[in-house]
Each structure stands twice: as structure tokens, then as C-alpha cells.
Design a protein around this ligand. Sequence first.
Ligand code: NDP
Length: 392
Amino acid sequence: MNSQGITVLGATGSIGVNTLDVVAAHADRYHVVALTAHRQVDKLFAQCLQFRPLLAVVADAASAVQLQQRLREAGCSTEVAYGEAALETAATLPEAQMVMAAIVGAAGLRPTLAAARLGKRILLANKESLVVAGELFMHTVRQSGAELLPVDSEHNAIFQSLPRGYDGSLDGNGIEQLILTASGGPFRQREAATLLHVTPDDACNHPNWVMGRKISVDSASLMNKGLEVIEAHWLFNAPAERIEVVVHPQSVIHSMVRYKDGSVIAQLGSPDMRTPIAYAMAWPERIVAPVKSLDFLTLSALTFEAPDLLRFPCLRLAFDALRAGGAASAVLNAANEVAVEAFLQRRIGFVDIPRLVERALQSLNLAACTDLESLLQRDAETRARVESWVAA
Ligand code: NDP
């Protein structure tokens, strides 16, 4: 078969590195067209030497000049560019049939949307794109005929558990509910009072998954599950009341679909992102992923419990934002990004994250935005306001 070109947005992150692992395991099927990073220029340099992309993108001019020179000296012909416009260039190069969207946060929206406009296969890890601009994003995908394949393990599991060719109608396909599983994060068994004192390192110490720091904090606060509820709403056209969240600490069942006849179809596997990444890259085929296979004889028990919305209000806030509609999800996301960054910098406590998000939802403008520029404007306004509350 012809080798397919892939651009990896956010190549130096956890998802980016796992994606390149799958590419390396299938060098006959895939080749890298472009790689983007933000600050980790040394890591990007090493990736360029290994995968020889046409284009590499970094955040600023000084890093770009330095990287370009190092690559030339190493005999690598990769061109280096920098900044937001270059991210869009990377996402839209004609040589790439597919784009892994693995930039963290709303920063991933523009390039991911640009790839969608061109009708590429989008491997979507960057859930914030859908949280901020779900309607616009899905409209773009429908218009361009882009293939949108969820990489988030829960949505990938649901995608695998839905009927092939699912057309966005739960009722038309005999579906009762989508069930998102949640590990519960590192603080699942903590007393509420002790959450006052947890540190960024405590929050990033996830029991099952190794991930970037932002999503790790989101997992600890259950905001990650809230963002996933919104993501599931857009991906599968499911209203809030047909999405259930169940805490499943072992992270073996990655999510499920409950059908009206009483059947529940689930996808299981080791907690390793290379499985959903390989699935999305090769779909509808299945290829080998370099992961440990699930050994049922060493699994002790699969347990389930309800999420605690009092200790972890972020999940409730995300449901509230989804039900409120308009730009509420974009405001929730922007407030959360600022709050998580402030927590990682030890400027606020862990329990201040939901407080800031709730304050944003209660006091900022949630009216719908009609286009990308006004959405990004709202995102920027929200960030400025929440930042001022953090600084006060
Ligand atoms: P990481 O923090 O590990 O990586 C983020 C990537 O984005 C890095 O390559 C980083 O560059 C780049 N980046 C950061 N900020 C910017 C910016 N402003 N502009 C351009 N690039 C930027 O995150 P993860 O890989 O963990 O997560 C990536 C996305 O995938 C998130 O949306 C997350 O929610 C989602 N996801 C992650 C999962 C996981 O297991 N990690 C599971 C499911 C979804 P650099 O490193 O050079 O600074």
C-alpha cells in the first residue's frame, strides 16, 4: 500500500510521542510530513533527525533560527518555521493525509480547524477544540467531508462500540445512553478537607495514565471528564441527559454504549494511548500497536462507583455549561485553562480551580458566538478576567 503522510501537532507532548511510536512501528505504512512543538526544541530536534519531516514548527523566531541551524549542521533538510500561522501551514500541507491534533488547550483549535476545512483525516486528541467550538467544528467537518476519528480513549471506545457508520441518531440506532468511564484520578479516595493542601505534583501523579500536566490536573479535578462529556455531545450528537459518567478505577473498560435492548457494548484494553492512536490511524483496518495486551487472569476486579460531584464540582460545572449552551463551554474551558496554569504555578490552591470556573460561568458573557474570531475573542476576554481574579 502507499505510505500515508501524517502531521503531528504537539509532537513533543505525551500524545505526540506515542503517535510517533506507532508511526515508527509501521514505517512501511506511514511517514511524517510535519512536526510541531512549543518550547521543547531539543526534543523536536531529535524527532526531526529520526523522522525527517518536511516542516518543523516552534513557538518563536529565536528558537526557529537555532533549530534550523542545528538541523542543517546535522544534514537534515527539514524547514523550520514559527508561530501560529506556521501551525496552520503544518496542518494543511498537501503531503499529509492525516493530522494528529495533540496540542494542549484552545491553542490547538485554529490548526485543527484548518485541517478539517481541507477534508483531512483528523485524529482528535485535543478535546478543547470541540469544547470551545463544537458547533463550528462539526459543521466544518460535515461540509468538507473530513474524517474525524476520536483519539481520547473514552471516545475512541464509544466509537468502537457504536454501530459502523453511526449517523448521529441515538434513537435511530437503538441506543439508550453513552457511558463514559473515569478513573477517578489520584484524589478519588481523599477526604474533601485534604484537597485544600494538595500540590501540583500530587495532582499529576495519576494512578493509571502518564499524561501531560494540564490533562493530569483536569483528571484530578474531574474537569477532564466534564470536557469529555462535552466532547461526546458533539462527536456523537448526544444530549447531556443521555451521557452518564461512571467511575471505574482500574481504567480497563474505556467506555461503553448502552442499547435499548439491555445490551451494553464496551471496549477494553490496557491503559495505553497507543491503542486508540493506532486504531484512529488505521481505521477501518486494525494494525499492531506496541502495547501490553490485556491479561484477564491477572486482573483482580473491575469496580464501579458514582462520581462525587460535591468533592469534584468541575464535572457538575461542565454539565451545567453544556446545558446552558451558547459560549458557556468556551468560557468554562478558558477559565479552567487559566486556573489550572495558576495552580501548576502554585499561585492558587486546587480547590480554587472550580471556584474560578464557577465564578466565570456566573458572571461572564455566555451568549453564543457566531464565528471563530468572536469565539477566540470571548476566549481571550475570559482569560483576562480570570487572570485578574487570580492576581487579586
Ligand atoms: P502535553 O502537555 O504532554 O503536550 C502538549 C503538546 O502541545 C506539546 O507538544 C507542546 O509543546 C504543545 N503545546 C503546548 N502549548 C502550545 C501552544 N500554545 N501552541 C502550540 N503548541 C503547544 O499534553 P498531552 O499530550 O497530554 O495532551 C495533548 C492533548 O491531548 C490535550 O488536549 C489532552 O486533553 C489530549 N489528550 C491527552 C491524553 C493523554 O494521555 N496524554 C489522553 C486523551 C486526550 P512543548 O512540549 O514543545 O512545549
